[in-house]
Design a protein around this ligand. Structure first.
Ligand code: GLC
Length: 762
């Protein structure tokens, strides 16, 4: 977003700029709402006069009145909205209070105690022994240090490795493609995504901070000291948002109001998807689709990895392996299966290759500091990088997707967009010319994948008209508006299955709801047991895709023998059964930013037992999953939060607020329904064809006799007609003693209606 305001023009923002500019300190505080503050450096505005460029925040944000006052004697300054008060002391330290005068967050009063770093000699010695020794962190262009009070747990920060609670660890935001096994974050400080947003939960309050900075940034969550946490970046100026709320949900709502929400997906994209690096030919893909149907396993998509291209040239198709892609996609469509193809940014340098030649001719590729097109090596060999900071380039790239969609391709999977490079990292000073606003790689790196996803989304939307289906590996804050995402190259390790739960939950708490892991693990070889537990654990992951690397054991559900096949069939069918619930959660997310998969702390914030719950999750607020993520385990402890829960498999009613022991043979993933819930379900299907869905069943799980109600959303599941009001909202109401009297209330005369709605009392 660029809001250009010229000095001297009589406008509101200019007035505010003058008014709030600090005399002795260059901090400016704007109120977006009474509970969301933007705290930024006035310096930035000296040159650019209120120009705001945010790659995460694209909509014009509302502005709320903020009152500023200053005590001439003490030098204290105060900002006040209806909900928050910020005090600045003489040293420029901020303290933020809520309406009840509870201190929510304060700049740390002492000095940082930075660790002693090793000398170059010592580092060299360590490196000789094969250690990956790093010298001290680079200089930060600003650093904000906030006090810790000892009761914090911290969530969010995107796809970082490790556990749910990020307290006590330090992280870096620098989109990274690292093929080594992703282990706990003390060695893996950065992965593919940079989402510098985190939520701090304390006993008395909750708040979020979003550092809107695209440079390499560092977020130390109490690792350096238990007295404070800090965040800062290697470039750019101070610019962060303080988001308060009574609950985690309100903070997420605020953050996604700023950075946007995932739009409604095409319904089929919630189905099971089969991928592998690579399905190599038309025959192989057709045989694969037929196998799914033969085994009666629902499947909605098959993904083609890099080998479908002609020598890895993007937007080409290898005519030997795929002589008639259109015919293939038509045949698949008859079986209810869609094709999704991978597209990397690295564009092969080759004379006569039109994408390369056009890009060179139009100046669409990034350059080195001398003005030559910058080259590195990726899958196609010597390659160049499109400059996605330019709108023209994004439009060009987005339109290139037509080459695939005209052949029936229904989704684009964006990979290697950190951007990855095989011949050393791109130097910091590689130049992205933009549309006249030049930027260096060090500023663009973390938004490269974000802008590629945006280009792809907008191209698909322009040219296809259906809701675009994009998957991306690299992200920045706000990528949720354009794309689903997966967690990159995990491995078939129990540790990675365990990590998949907190990773997806933290992505959800970072505004990215439509996420998934490579089911079964990408690298290394899965065992039947690991694969079974993975499909159980991911059965409600918004992106439900099985993917594996070239040289590994094949991972289609039937590859591991009868028992695993049965488990796969059971959990994939379970997923399809609850599709209307998942789709309702997608709708809810568009209204609130609440992710589909939720950590227990999101709904039971006051319950300390759930603040670090790494191996359970909620689907919406009505289903609790407690997957087994340990080899050989056939029973597990399950923590059920307060209230009555119904064991989905046995229908037993259990009082929560305690741990229970649940038997979990290989084919059982412990699953609980919140008592007095109504859940919508579909009849079994092999693929998702919304136009053929005419019946909805409501399952009712009575418990304590509380009145149950449920809001159900329905539209055509394909295009943007819902934006013209073509959807239905149903409200179902049920009393425990009269389950048969469940009412269906139509709230909206809409687009499509079920011919039958039946009620099942569980
Ligand atoms: C990267 C991707 C992986 C893909 C491979 C080949 O490693 O993360 O999913 O299969 O490249 O394209």
């Amino acid at each position: 977003m660029t809001k250009k305001l010229e000095r001297g023009k009589d406008n509101e923002q200019e007035r505010r700029y003058q008014e709030y500019r600090m005399k002795q300190n260059n901090i400016v505080i704007d109120a977006i709402t009474s509970r969301i503050l933007r705290i930024h450096s006035a310096e930035m505005q000296k040159d650019e006069v209120c120009e705001t460029v945010s790659f995460a925040i694209e909509e014009n944000m509302p502005k709320e009145e903020i009152k500023v006052s200053e005590d001439g004697k003490t030098g204290r300054r105060e900002w006040k909205t209806d909900d928050l008060t910020v005090l600045m002391d003489r040293q420029g330290r901020l303290s933020i209070y809520n309406q009840e005068d509870v201190l929510l967050c304060a700049d740390y009063a002492g000095n940082r105690k930075q660790e002693q770093t090793l000398s170059e000699e010592e580092l060299e010695q360590l490196r000789m022994e094969g250690h990956d020794a790093q010298s001290e962190k680079e200089a930060l262009s600003f650093c904000v240090t906030k006090a810790l009070y000892g009761d914090e747990t911290i969530y969010g920060l995107g796809d970082k490795t490790g556990f749910l609670n990020k307290m006590g660890y330090d992280y870096m935001m620098w989109n990274s493609d690292n093929p080594e096994p992703h282990v706990e974050n003390q060695t893996f400080k950065a992965l593919y995504k940079s989402i510098p947003f985190f939520i701090v939960v304390r006993d008395a309050c909750v708040y979020g901070i979003f550092l809107d900075n695209t440079y390499r940034s560092y977020l130390d969550m109490g690792y350096e000291s238990s007295q404070y946490y800090y965040f800062g970046a290697a470039g750019g100026t101070l610019d962060y948002y303080f988001i308060s709320g009574d609950t985690i949900a309100e903070v997420i709502k605020g953050y996604t109001m700023l950075t946007g929400r995932a739009p409604l997906p095409q319904m089929w994209t919630l189905g099971y998807q089969q991928s592998r690096w690579s399905y190599e030919s038309e025959e192989e893909v057709l045989a694969l689709a037929e196998k799914f149907r033969e085994y009666g396993i629902p499947c909605d998509a098959i993904h083609l990895d890099i080998d479908y291209m002609e020598r890895f040239k993007v937007f080409t198709v290898d005519q030997k392996k795929f002589p008639d892609m259109k015919k293939l996609s038509d045949k698949l469509a008859d079986m209810g299966i869609k094709l999704v193809t991978i597209i990397d940014p690295g564009t092969k340098i080759e004379e006569g290759y039109d994408v390369y030649e056009e890009g060179v001719q139009k100046n669409f590729f990034a350059k080195d500091e001398e003005g030559n097109i910058y080259q590195n090596v990726v899958w196609p060999g010597d390659s160049v990088y499109p400059d996605f900071t330019s709108e023209k380039v994004r439009e060009w790239w987005g339109n290139l997707t037509k080459r695939l969609t005209l052949q029936g391709v229904r989704g684009i999977w964006n990979d290697m967009n950190e951007p990855a490079s095989f011949c050393g990292p791109l130097p910091d000073d590689v130049v992205f010319a933009g549309d006249g606003k030049e930027r260096q790689h060090k500023e663009v790196h973390n938004i490269y994948g974000h802008l590629m996803a945006k280009a792809t989304y907008e191209g698909l939307k322009r040219n296809d008209g259906r809701r675009p289906y994009v998957i991306t590996r690299a992200c920045y804050s706000g990528t949720q508006k354009y794309s689903t995402a997966w967690t990159g190259d995990n491995q078939s390790l129990w540790a990675h299955l365990q990590m998949s739960i907190p990773q997806l939950l933290n992505l959800g708490m970072s505004g990215m709801p439509m996420v998934g892991t490579d089911i079964g693990g990408f690298g290394a070889n899965a065992t039947p047991e690991l694969f079974s537990r993975w499909i159980e654990a991911s059965c409600f992951a918004p992106l439900f895709r099985n993917h594996s690397a070239k040289d590994t054991r094949r991972q289609e559900p039937w590859r591991f023998g009868e028992e695993t096949l049965e488990v796969s069939r059971k959990y994939i069918a379970l997923r399809y059964k609850f599709l209307p619930y998942l789709y309702d959660l997608c709708y809810e997310e568009t209204q609130t930013g609440m992710p589909l998969l939720r950590s227990l702390v999101m709904h039971y914030q006051q319950d300390k037992n759930v603040r670090e719950c790494n191996d359970e999750y909620l689907v919406g607020d009505k289903i609790l999953m407690a997957p087994v993520v340990q080899q050989g385990m056939r029973a597990r402890m399950v923590y059920l939060p307060e209230g009555t829960w119904v064991d989905y498999w046995t229908k037993e009613r259990i009082t929560g607020g305690r741990y229970i022991l649940r038997e979990a043979p290989l084919d059982v993933c412990p699953m609980y329904i919140k008592g007095d819930s109504i859940l919508p379900v579909y009849a079994p299907m092999q693929s998702i064809e919304p136009e053929n869905i005419t019946k909805l069943t409501l399952e009712y799980y009575p418990a304590d006799g509380r009145e149950a109600s449920y809001t159900h959303y329905q539209d055509n599941g394909v295009d943007f007609d819902y934006q013209q009001g073509k959807y239905n909202l149903y409200q179902f109401i049920c009393c425990q003693d009269k389950p048969q009297e469940m009412q269906t209330v139509m709230l909206h005369e809409g687009y499509r209606k079920y011919q039958e709605i039946c009620v099942e009392c569980r």
